[in-house]
Design a protein around this ligand. Structure first.
Ligand code: NOJ
Length: 452
């Protein structure tokens, strides 16, 4: 591959900068019924005939449960020294609470030990969307009891691994699992409506704070964060209606989970529908429980949003002007606009909060159609994507914003939720029928960047 043209070196980011690749349990592990794992809402959702779109599921996925050692060798060969993965709640507590499944804990213990033995720092996400199915009949995230259920899970994980794992993330993109799973119904558990969405949001907001406190108590010297979806939001025109629509989407998309954690409450001014949380679902003291002094905020940026006012979209009164309608120059296999400057913009936006101490990019990456030719995957578009986004991360760093690390999404191709296996986000290509791995050109690009 052409390697002479690296526009920056890893030294430009500083010696302490964390370089990693990210994954999530349900997207890679497979082994859905192995060693006593209980079902999660994603197992049920992907096997439910009502969701006909879903011919794909995570039963086998990348067989990471069996292949983790060789996959970590690949990660290390690309120069990464940090690995972000999540713990499957129902592998550890098959019924969600109560009985601990020792073989489940033992799997993560092996995984963590293997990381440490290889000089790879484990970065653990506690919740990456796979709620135990046992809770669904009780309302899942809409039930306030989820705060107690989640606290028990966090206690269990931090007691088991806190002596080995120092980097913890409480939730992964709570906006996406609440909006996708409880408002739009396109993610598990497929619920819809504001009356599901708003309580789910509120309980997730409290769990962020409670989870942080439990980690702090149980893990000496922990570095604690939570990871958030974020996208710069721009109005389609400068009309007052579009500008207000953009402010509303910014409040719901970017501010909804961080502001309560900083003690700023919900952004009700720009998004008045959130007032219902306070009148219908909040108890006295909840907003205090939501607050936690995170060591870092994990930002996950892929694209920007351009929005316009829309009378036909209830509650939010806004809709996205899709990249295809805007004739943007490059679109990924997810139909997302490639917009490198956006990552700089969200770093700036989130750095403006007084109590955000450090930002870590806990996900960034792209899906493009990959093809294997003579045993190689030449994904030049993905190489350019990483190069251009990282250049913007570096720009933010050089301007003095505290960005402490960068995780590529993803280590390997995997189960992309509602989109199944079609979009490939990996630095490593996975041939699903044979489970053969091929490091893509983008993986080689990272090797060049990180090992020279
Ligand atoms: C966000 C999610 O955390 C991850 O699970 C997903 O695969 C990527 N972004 C890409 O959509």
């Amino acid at each position: 591959m052409p390697t002479s043209s690296l526009p920056f070196s890893r030294h430009d980011f500083g010696a302490d900068f964390v370089w990693g690749a990210a994954t999530a349990a349900y997207q890679i592990e497979g082994a859905h019924q192995t060693d006593g794992r209980g079902a999660s809402i994603w197992d049920t959702f992907t096997h439910d005939n009502r969701w006909r779109r879903f011919r794909d599921h995570g039963d086998v996925a990348c067989e990471f449960y069996q292949r983790y050692e060789s996959d970590l060798i690949l990660l290390k060969s690309m120069g990464f020294r940090a690995f972000r993965f999540s713990l499957s709640w129902s592998r550890i507590l098959p019924d969600g609470t109560g009985r601990v499944n020792e073989p489940g804990l033992a799997f993560y213990d092996r995984l963590i030990d293997t990381c440490l033995a290889m000089g790879i720092e484990p970065w653990v996400t506690l919740y990456h969307w796979d709620l135990p199915q046992a809770f669904e009949a009780k309302g899942g995230w809409t039930n306030r009891a989820v705060i107690r259920w989640f606290s028990e899970f966090v206690e269990c994980c931090t007691k088991a691994f806190g002596h080995k794992v120092k980097n913890w993330m409480v939730l992964n993109e709570p906006l996406v699992f609440t909006a996708g799973g409880y408002f739009a119904g396109i993610h598990a558990p497929g619920r819809r409506g504001l009356w599901n969405f708003l309580p789910a949001v509120h309980h997730a907001v409290i769990c962020q704070g409670e989870g942080g406190r439990i980690i702090r108590r149980n893990v000496p010297n922990a570095r604690i964060g939570t990871t958030l979806f974020c996208a710069p939001v721009e109005p389609h025109t400068q009309s007052i209606r579009d500008v207000r629509a953009a402010a509303r989407i910014d409040a719901l998309g970017n501010r909804l989970f961080i502001e309560p954690s900083l003690g700023l409450g919900y952004p009700v001014q720009e998004a008045p529908l959130l007032k219902q949380i306070l009148t219908k679902y909040a108890n006295l003291g909840d907003l205090q429980r939501a607050v936690f002094d995170f060591d870092f905020i994990g930002l996950q940026n892929y694209f920007r949003l351009v929005v316009r006012h829309d009378w036909f979209t209830p509650y939010v009164w806004a809709r996205e002007v899709k990249p295809r309608q805007r004739e943007v120059s490059e679109i990924t296999a997810m139909d997302w606009e490639v917009y490198p400057e956006g990552i700089y913009q969200v770093i700036r936006q989130f750095s403006a909060y007084e109590n955000v101490k450090e930002i870590i990019i806990t996900e960034n990456g792209s899906a493009f159609p990959d093809h294997v030719h003579n045993g190689r995957v030449d994904d030049a578009q993905r190489v350019a994507f990483y190069q251009n986004y990282l250049r913007q991360v570096l720009r933010a760093k050089q301007e003095g914003f505290r960005v402490g690390g960068y995780f590529a999404w993803s280590l390997m191709d995997n189960f992309e939720w509602a989109e199944g296996y079609r979009p490939r986000f990996g630095l490593v290509y996975v041939d699903y029928p044979t489970q053969r791995r091929i490091v893509k050109q983008s993986g080689e690009w990272f090797r060049e960047l990180l090992t020279r």
